[in-house]
Write a protein that binds this ligand. Structure first.
Ligand SMILES: Cc1cc2nc3c(=O)[nH]c(=O)nc-3n(C[C@H](O)[C@H](O)[C@H](O)COP(=O)(O)O)c2cc1C
Length: 273
């Protein structure tokens, strides 16, 4: 599968390679209202991964249902919608909106978002909040639910057990890890939002250990994610207990993901004039 936020809505890549060969596409995190995202700069390279702080820039659930779902309905590859909210109620509303929409085959619940009502700590950092979100989503939809766990939680196996008890059909992990970089010339953080999420090869050992821990704690399928760049990496995750994997931004210091051939880049270049 593609990891949320690294593959847009799938439509952007459909002319570059045969996306129907993918196991599934997980689209960009979607909120109730459209969001413009965080201040620039939002992406910085580090030695072995990128730090991003996109801030959930997205078109909002209404536009997603109107513009994207009808296209997805004609695809062989299943599309899973990643959702994000600031309150438990928002998650429930999002799930209700998506329920029964043709072209949407599942929901991935991003619980790394700050829980506005509980003072800004991530839903995923606390088993009770994570379970409350899962329950609200489960009650609002008959679609399969994947809950995406954050490595920034103290006790991830406890959170995993809580979301499964609350109705999650599968769990995916991990989202990016809180990170920071500073430009020593300007003495300022290189990310506009000061900190962001680190992803890529740097987080693979951490993700693998957490997948191993969670796979031992729950009986539902576990989807591994974090720094997977090669088939060998994917096999490591499967050996650690994952049933499937997601690939985001595989390598640092290369301008494009490996599926982008020179031919594909030329097509893009021409399109941009
Ligand atoms: C630019 C960017 C945007 C992302 N946006 C989201 C998002 O909207 N929702 C989400 O759950 N995860 C998001 N992620 C996290 C990825 O889905 C994935 O969990 C993380 O990047 C680790 O995988 P990787 O090392 O293969 O990239 C984003 C990651 C990146 C790099």
């Amino acid at each position: 599968m593609t990891a949320s936020g690294t593959f847009g809505y799938g439509t952007e890549y459909s002319q570059l390679f045969d996306i129907q060969r993918l196991g599934a596409i997980v689209c960009k995190g979607t909120t109730l209202k459209p969001r413009e995202g965080n201040p620039q700069p939002r992406l910085v390279e580090t030695a072995s991964g990128v730090i991003n702080s996109i801030g959930l820039q997205n078109i909002g659930v209404k536009a997603l249902i109107k513009e994207k779902a009808p296209v997805w309905a004609g695809w062989r590859v299943p599309v899973i919608v990643n959702i994000a909210g600031d309150t438990v109620e928002e998650y429930g509303k999002l799930a209700k909106e998506l329920d029964g929409v043709e072209g949407i085959r599942g929901i991935e619940v991003n619980i790394s978002c700050p829980n506005v009502k509980a003072g800004g700590a991530a839903f995923g950092a606390d088993a009770n909040s994570a379970a409350a979100v899962t329950k609200a989503v489960k009650a609002a939809t008959s679609l399969p639910i994947i809950v995406k766990l954050t490595p920034n939680a103290g006790e991830i196996a406890g959170v995993a057990r809580a979301v499964v008890d609350a109705g999650a059909d599968a769990v995916s992990l991990i989202t990016s890890v809180k990170g920071m970089a500073i430009d020593i010339k300007t003495r300022r953080p290189t990310i506009g939002n000061v900190t962001g999420g680190l992803s890529g090869p740097a987080i693979k050992p951490l993700a693998l250990a957490l997948v191993y821990e969670v796979a031992g704690a729950v009986k539902v399928p576990v989807i591994g994610c974090g720094g997977i760049a090669t088939a060998q990496d994917a096999l490591e995750f499967i050996m650690a207990g994952a049933s499937a994997v997601q690939v985001g931004r595989p390598r640092s210091a290369i301008p494009a993901p490996p599926w982008m051939s020179w031919k594909a880049l030329r097509v893009l270049w021409k399109k941009r004039g």
